[in-house]
Design a protein around this ligand. Structure first.
Ligand SMILES: [Zn+2]
Length: 482
């Protein structure tokens, strides 16, 4: 604003000064007399100023002509490119002008103008590595995918622009959803520029999606080396990849290698529950109960989870329920207040048919944090203690509408997974599954659920909702640590 004001003032001042100067010159008496070929020409002062200006222009034109004549002379003396060089300098100037205008157009979002300028720059410059880039980007902006791809392919031919070409086509394939081709291109781009962060990320994501765990671990290593990944994050993700690798080798029947990979994953990230379980199972298979017990306890202390308890039970499969309760003290002694511990101890006591102890273990969990599981356990305890059917059904009905408790939930899209997986099946994010409560429990139930306890308390079993009947059937034969 201020700057434009200054410019306007400067312009007015300049015009005034020029007019004033010209008037002064007109008022000046006399002039100059030039003698040419016997004649005398008398010029006024103003005419003299114009004559000088005309002279300057003539000299400039003369110099241009001289340069052209010199070029022609050189050409006649055998320098064949002299004249074309003379014109090339002009072409080059025009070419660079078009190129810079094209880049401006691109930056201001005028795709079609950028395209025209790119074509002009290409005509004058004959430097495809410069102009193709502009053409490709302008083509993408205008939505001309075919032209863009064609231009990217041209970029592949030059060593200096190959990476740009590969990256361009890769991005196109990604947006088309052709992940197989995109993966091959990402690998090529990675080979050309191993330190390019975006390429590393794309490659890693595609490798994880295609379950190429070994390749993904290499890419992750490259990310760490380039300094784009904190060491602890690398360790955790490497553990997830190692675990996925282990699961895959196990599916192929190579148990020994799978065990090694699982133990490695557990070493990298002891709080990764599925890795700990897999490592523990491999120790159990080796007959190393002490190691199995140790890895499971360590992970349980970081995050109590029913699967850990299941694996812990597998260490001594044929013990009595009483022996099991005693052995499980090692696992649970540091987490006595955790809901998972309370429910686990209740389950173990139900299996041992010590129902008062089971009730004590459960404590006030059903009041403070009722979940489907804790309420079902309560129903089992009541049945074991010989309570009335209506009481048992009351607990089961509460369980129907109670929150599910923690589940494997994606931190990114909140999708709930029935079991742990390295990548989210919904949004494809890597290592985003956490064992936690769903943010908002939305149990779709027909209205009037509040009346259920009254209804089921009086009706016969055949009229019960299917879920209650199933839950009840499970309770008749309670299984420990399930
Ligand atoms: Zn997700």
């Amino acid at each position: 604003m201020l700057w434009s004001l200054i410019k306007i003032i400067a312009f007015v001042v300049a015009v005034t000064a020029l007019t004033y100067g010209a008037m002064m010159l007109m008022d000046v008496e006399g002039g100059a007399t030039i003698g040419v070929a016997g004649k005398e020409i008398t010029l006024s002062t103003l005419e003299m100023v114009f004559a000088l200006a005309a002279l300057a222009v003539t000299v400039w034109l003369g110099l241009k002509l001289m340069a052209f004549l010199v070029a022609t002379f050189k050409f006649l003396n055998g320098d064949e490119t002299a004249i074309s060089r003379y014109f090339d300098r002009n072409r080059e100037r025009k070419g660079y002008e078009a190129l810079s205008e094209g880049m401006m157009a691109l930056a201001s979002g005028e795709g079609h103008l950028a395209m025209t300028k790119a074509a002009r720059a290409d005509k004058y410059l004959k430097q495809p590595e410069l102009t193709n880039l502009l053409t490709a980007q302008a083509a993408e902006m205008t939505g001309d995918r075919r032209k863009a791809e064609e231009t990217y392919k041209k970029l592949l031919q030059d060593d200096r622009t190959r990476f740009v070409g590969v990256r361009g086509i890769m991005k196109q394939k990604l947006s088309e959803g052709d992940t197989a081709t995109a993966l091959a291109l990402a690998q090529k781009a990675f080979a050309l520029k191993p330190k390019h962060e975006e390429t590393q990320d794309v490659l890693l994501r595609l490798q994880a999606e295609k379950a190429d765990w070994a390749g993904a671990r290499q890419t992750l290593g490259a990310k760490l080396k380039s300094g784009y990944l904190p060491r602890d994050v690398h360790k955790r993700r490497d553990a997830v990849l190692a675990l996925s690798e282990a699961v895959e080798i196990l599916d192929e029947g190579k148990t020994i290698e799978a065990r090694e990979a699982a133990v490695e994953a557990n070493r990298l990230s002891p709080d990764l529950i599925p890795a700990a379980i897999m490592a523990a199972r491999s120790y159990i298979a080796d007959g190393n109960a002490r190691y199995a017990s140790r890895v499971l306890t360590k992970t349980w202390n970081a995050q109590p989870h029913p699967d850990i308890a299941t694996a812990f039970a597998e260490i001594v499969p044929d013990e009595t329920p009483e022996q099991r309760i005693k052995r499980f003290r090692t696992l649970t002694k540091s987490t006595v207040d955790h809901p998972e511990t309370k429910m686990l101890l209740a389950e173990l006591n139900i299996a041992a048919e010590d129902f008062p102890a089971a009730k004590r273990a459960l404590g006030d969990l059903v009041e403070k944090e009722p979940t489907a599981r804790s309420l079902t356990l309560m129903a089992a305890i009541e049945r074991g203690e010989g309570a009335d059917d209506s009481v048992v059904r009351g607990w089961l009905t509460r369980a129907l509408t109670a929150p599910r408790g923690p589940q494997w939930i994606c931190d990114n899209c909140q999708h709930i997974h029935p079991k742990w997986a390295p990548t989210c099946s919904n949004c494809g994010s890597f290592d985003t599954l956490s064992w936690k409560n769903a943010p908002a429990e939305e149990v779709a139930m027909p209205s009037g659920t509040e009346m259920l306890p009254l209804i089921v308390g009086q009706n016969s079993k055949t009229d019960l909702p299917a879920e209650v009947a199933v839950a009840e059937a499970e309770i008749v034969d309670p299984e420990p640590s399930k």
